[in-house]
Design a protein around this ligand. Structure first.
Ligand SMILES: Nc1ncnc2c1ncn2[C@@H]1O[C@H](COP(=O)(O)OP(=O)(O)OP(=O)(O)O)[C@@H](O)[C@H]1O
Ligand SMILES: O=C(O)[C@H](O)COP(=O)(O)O
Length: 396
């Protein structure tokens, strides 16, 4: 018996099925730029529609503080329609009259996306009245968002305790694949943690250094460490108030025997835009009016040298602002290097995260990795050995 009830255990015919999915996809100018997370949820949607259920999708997008039309899920619902090859309805609220009347118009086998759950403060607070409002809209709850399962929010945790709850297909396969690949990883294990979600991922590095042998800190995350070590990072993305936490992590790494690798050089620019005038400098030479937008070639060479000694790689977060040329160079170079080593059979590689997967697709190597997860923060917390609230709430 599996640890979770799955769609195979559910009677779905004519039921209103509230499905928590992750529609937090990379977007540019109102257009979805990477559809991996949309593709991942198709098996769950199709299973429910094939069994005559009514699919009501719940998801967040970005980190809005209250209602904010620039973070609407409407364009994502349109992109999902393209992937699914059938009509996807949209309701401009996820609770109340707007949502319930849209659901009442659904026939068996139809699909509806409800507006961004984070437009309501009750979502992130996991507030009982908001959970009740969501629960009143459905008969059954399915969680197919492994990548949001580290959040104890109303739509990821509260609802699972209120309605009969099941794991979706993507949730099931993510847990099975990550367990298979990383339960007993071949050492040395090298982790790369980069990207921009510095405050929400920084603290978990303190635990991660006990699980891995080498930790490469990259992207915006690295700037906070460089600043904590007294380097000038100019206008770079950096959380200066987390300097003490960064220094504590370096101490924990030392105690655990985990080697920390930080950038030695950087590509800096004065403007945050594609093809902005830029220069490669040592991390000691960043100007006050400049920002670090990528790691430099020497850093890429250092990472390659560390990869020579690694048997397993886990990766979340790009080395730079890879959406803008030429600041994609380090991410693309390391991605191709890891892909090549994986193909050659010298490395097992697991990568995850909305933008990380987009970066691997951009580099043309996602298919070369041993496993690519939709999850970033959730993947790292799972790797730390933490119980994920959204997963725990689904246990039988
Ligand atoms: N030096 C930098 N300055 C500014 N932005 C950066 C820098 N390095 C990386 N980024 C940005 O980091 C973002 C990705 O970070 P993030 O932590 O969200 O990764 P992710 O793979 O999406 O993980 P998750 O799924 O947890 O969100 C990209 O949009 C990229 O442009
Ligand atoms: O992109 C992600 O990692 C998930 O959608 C979670 O988003 P969050 O970090 O804003 O909770």
């Amino acid at each position: 018996m599996t640890a979770f009830r799955t769609l195979d255990d559910a009677d779905l015919a004519d039921k209103r099925v509230l499905v928590r999915v992750d529609l937090n996809v990379p977007m540019e100018s109102g257009r979805v730029t990477d559809e991996t997370r949309l593709k991942a949820i198709l098996p769950t949607i199709r299973t429910i529609t094939d069994k005559g259920g009514k699919v009501v999708l719940l998801a967040h997008f970005g980190r809005p503080k209250g209602r904010d039309e620039s973070q609407s899920l409407a364009p994502v619902a349109k992109a999902l329609e393209g992937q699914l090859g059938r009509k996807v309805a949209f309701a401009s609220d996820c609770v109340g009259e707007e949502a319930s009347s849209a659901i009442s118009r659904l026939a068996a086998g139809e699909v509806l996306v409800l507006e961004n759950t984070r437009f309501h403060a009750g979502e992130e607070k996991n507030a009982a009245d908001f959970v009740d409002a969501l629960a009143s809209l459905g008969d059954i709850y399915v969680n197919d968002a492994f990548s949001a399962a580290h959040r104890a929010h109303a739509s990821t945790e509260g609802l699972a305790r209120k309605l009969p709850a099941y794991a979706g297909r993507s949730m099931e396969s993510e847990l099975a694949a990550l367990t298979k690949a990383l339960e007993a990883p071949v050492r040395p294990v090298l982790a790369v943690v980069g990207g921009s979600k510095v405050s929400s991922k920084l603290e978990l590095l303190g635990n991660l250094v006990r699980k891995v042998d080498i930790l490469v800190i990259a992207g915006g995350m690295a700037n906070t460490f460089l600043a904590a070590l007294g380097k000038k990072v100019g206008k770079s993305l950096c959380e200066h108030d987390l300097a003490d936490t960064a220094r504590e992590i370096l101490e924990k790494a030392k105690a655990a025997g985990c080697e920390i690798v930080l950038p030695v050089d950087a590509v800096v620019a004065k403007e945050f835009k594609a093809n902005a005038a830029n220069r490669v400098v040592s991390v000691d030479e960043v100007g006050d009016d400049e920002m670090i937008l990528d790691a430099g070639p020497e850093t890429v060479a250092v990472v390659a040298q560390k990869l020579d000694g690694a048997k397993t790689v886990v990766w979340n977060g790009p080395f730079g602002a890879f959406e803008m040329t030429p600041f994609d160079a380090a991410t693309v170079a390391v991605a191709r290097d890891v892909g090549k080593r994986t193909r050659a059979g010298t490395l097992l590689s697991v990568a995850g995260g909305g933008d990380t997967v987009a970066a691997l697709n951009h580099a043309g190597v996602a298919g070369d990795f041993s496993y690519v997860s939709t999850a970033g923060g959730a993947f790292l917390e799972w790797l730390e050995g933490k119980a994920l609230p959204g997963v725990e709430a689904l246990r039988r």
